[in-house]
Structures are given as structure tokens and as C-alpha cells.
Design a protein around this ligand. Structure first.
Ligand SMILES: NC(=O)c1ccc[n+]([C@@H]2O[C@H](COP(=O)([O-])OP(=O)(O)OC[C@H]3O[C@@H](n4cnc5c(N)ncnc54)[C@H](OP(=O)(O)O)[C@@H]3O)[C@@H](O)[C@H]2O)c1
Length: 331
């Protein structure tokens, strides 16, 4: 009996050790190559001149009038590229027109003031075509986007769909148009997407935003393989928090306010694009994105994380405030 007991506990211990080793090995296989790729993208890849790399004259940047987009415009202009800036036709755009022309007197700029939230895409596509008919866009940066915060049902459906079309449809529309133009002419090029680490995990209280961003990531990763042989690179960037109007337009959500405190200047994304173009497809920029990916995606299972989120959300201040507002409305 005693011999049987010790044999059985030995086999339990052996099973435990084996399982631990298997899990460790799986974690090792997943985390180490990922960190190596991040290290390569952040430290080994050196800055590239995209004008020379793609033998290009013109780039187009959406959301180019502020924040990350404006930093991309400045970076590309500093490399000698001419840039078409596509953004809302508002005061920001008017101011940007003057400053960018003063900063780069030897570059050409064109401006398309339009609303990218149009469901069909036809209105802004016509405006973009008009401004680019006589030039070859070889660098397309799909960057415009915003976040709507709050519970999905509390945000008007119109606003939700405008958010969806700006973040997703606009990128699809312009990418389809300019990819075909590059392919028809046999031109080399680059298509970038500004996605977000918010897409890695379920994001209650900004559900649509994270869903649109993970769409962009998957879409870009799939496109990259389709066009490598044609000399067209695709790059999707997941920024760590970046100091921009993104936060002032987002509403006062506590998670976003905390993220903003850790933010970096928009120029780091422009630098990342110039380093990573054609070198990696998915670029997780900055320590916050990398730590988030390792902890919440690689080490913790997504399904399990979803269950944790469901249990934890009622303790969140923004959620509690939303419930109080809803209650007050019903009373
Ligand atoms: N900031 C961050 O921490 C962070 C992190 C991850 C990902 N991102 C992503 O980075 C991208 C750029 O954001 P940002 O941080 O630079 O914010 P931002 O300063 O607010 O820039 C957003 C740009 O998109 C334009 N835009 C917004 N809605 C538009 C519409 N319907 N039609 C045309 N243009 C529109 C804005 O024009 P107006 O300024 O005139 O509205 C602005 O030029 C977004 O896709 C965002 O989701 C940002």
C-alpha cells in the first residue's frame, strides 16, 4: 500500500513537472521570438529614406493635419517627399497648411479637406482623385481615426458608424484605389496603417474603437503577403500612448487619462515608420505596447482575459458612472 501511494504521488509530481515544462516551452516559443522581432524593429532597423527606398515623389497621409499624421507629414517632407494631406476641412487643417509650407518651402503640398466618415467613400475618393490624378502616390499612410468612449448602446448609431467608417472604410477605400494604381504602373511603394494596442484585448466602454483597430491589423498583415513580390510593402503600427488631440477628443475616460500621462511625442511613430518600412509588417512601438502584448496576449489566453474583464468591469469608475447616468435617465 505504502509503495503504491509513493508511486502514485511520484507520478503526480512527474505529471506536474512535465506540464510546467510544456507550458514554459510554449511560453518560451511564443514570447522569445516576439521579443527578438521587437528588438530588431526598434534597435537593429536603422532609419531609411523612403523617397529613395521606393523611388517616390509623392506620399499621402490621412489625418495629416494633427498629431501622428502631422508628424508623418513632417518626417516624409524632411526626406524630400511631396505630400498630399487628407483631413477634415477645419481650423486645424487651415493652420497646418500655413505652417507646413513655411517649414518646408522646397516641398510641394496638396490638401484635401474632407470627411472620411462617409459610408460610401465616394465623396472623399472623388476629391482625392482630383488632387492626385497627375501624380503617383507611392506612400500611403492610412492614419486618420478617433475613439468614441462610452457604452456602445449609449452612443448614437450614427456616431458609431461614423467612427467605424473613418477608422476602417476610409483605409480600405484609399488602399484599394492606390494599390491598383501602383500595380498598374509597376511602381514600388508602401502602405501603412496606424492601428492600436487597444485592438489586442476586449475594450468595454470603447468597444467599437478596439474592434476597428484589430480589423486594420489583420487586414494589413494579410495584405503584406499579397504584395511583397510586387515591391509594395505593408506596415501596421501599434503605438504606445502618443500625446495628441486624440485624448482631448476622447472624453474623460480614466484608462485614457492614465495612458496620456505616459505618452510620447507623435514623432516617434513617424520615426518607427521610417525604420520599419519593408523590414517588419507588424510594428509594436514602445514599451507599453510590448508589455501589453506579452502579458495580455501571450501569457494570458484571450478567452480567459474576456471572462476576467466581464467580472472586473463593474468595479471600473467609468462603468459605474455610466450606470448612474443610465439610472438617472430611467428615473
Ligand atoms: N494618440 C494615441 O495614443 C494613439 C494610440 C494608438 C493609436 N492611435 C491612432 O493614431 C491615429 C492618429 O491619431 P492621433 O493620436 O494623431 O490623434 P489626432 O491628433 O486627433 O489626429 C487624428 C487625425 O484624424 C483626422 N480625422 C478624424 N476624423 C476624421 C474624419 N472624419 N475625416 C477626416 N479626418 C479625420 C483628424 O482631423 P481633425 O483634427 O481635424 O479632427 C486628425 O488629423 C488614429 O487612427 C488613432 O486611432 C493613437
Amino acid at each position: 500500500m505504502a509503495v503504491f501511494f509513493s508511486l502514485s504521488s511520484l507520478s503526480h509530481i512527474w505529471t506536474m513537472i512535465s506540464l510546467t515544462l510544456v507550458f514554459f516551452w510554449i511560453g518560451f516559443l511564443s514570447v522569445v521570438p516576439y521579443l527578438a522581432l521587437c528588438f530588431y524593429g526598434a534597435f537593429v532597423c536603422k532609419e531609411q529614406n523612403l523617397k529613395k527606398k521606393y523611388n517616390a515623389q509623392w506620399a499621402l497621409v490621412t489625418g495629416g493635419s494633427s498629431g501622428i499624421g502631422a508628424a508623418i507629414v513632417r518626417k516624409l517632407a524632411s526626406q524630400g517627399l511631396n505630400v498630399v494631406v487628407v483631413a477634415l476641412d477645419d481650423a486645424l487643417m487651415a493652420k497646418f497648411k500655413d505652417t507646413i509650407a513655411e517649414e518646408f518651402p522646397n516641398n510641394q503640398f496638396r490638401f484635401v479637406g474632407c470627411d472620411l466618415s462617409d459610408a460610401e467613400g465616394q465623396s472623399y475618393l472623388d476629391a482625392v482623385k482630383q488632387q492626385t490624378d497627375d501624380i503617383d502616390i507611392q506612400i500611403l499612410c492610412n492614419n486618420a481615426g478617433f475613439i468614441s468612449t462610452g457604452a456602445f448602446a449609449d452612443i448614437t448609431f450614427k456616431r458609431n458608424m461614423a467612427n467605424y467608417h473613418t477608422n476602417v472604410t476610409a483605409g480600405l477605400t484609399l488602399t484599394h484605389y492606390f494599390l491598383n494604381k501602383m500595380l498598374d504602373k509597376g511602381l514600388k511603394g508602401l502602405v501603412t496603417f496606424t492601428s492600436s494596442s487597444a485592438g489586442f484585448i476586449p475594450n468595454p466602454m470603447s468597444a467599437l474603437y478596439s474592434s476597428t483597430k484589430i480589423f486594420l491589423t489583420t487586414f494589413a498583415a494579410s495584405l503584406a503577403a499579397e504584395y511583397t513580390e510586387d515591391g509594395i510593402d505593408v506596415l501596421v503600427v501599434h503605438p504606445s500612448p502618443i500625446n495628441s488631440n486624440f485624448y482631448s477628443n476622447a472624453g474623460k475616460m480614466s484608462a485614457l487619462l492614465s495612458a496620456q500621462k505616459l505618452s510620447s511625442p507623435p514623432s516617434v511613430i513617424a520615426d518607427t515608420i521610417c525604420r520599419n518600412a519593408g523590414k517588419v509588417v507588424v510594428s509594436d512601438q514602445g514599451p507599453i505596447t510590448v508589455v501589453m502584448k506579452v502579458l495580455l496576449v501571450k501569457l494570458l489566453d484571450w478567452n480567459v482575459f474576456t471572462e476576467i474583464m466581464k467580472i472586473a468591469l463593474p468595479f471600473n469608475g467609468d462603468y459605474k458612472a455610466m450606470k448612474l447616468r443610465r439610472q438617472a435617465k430611467q428615473d
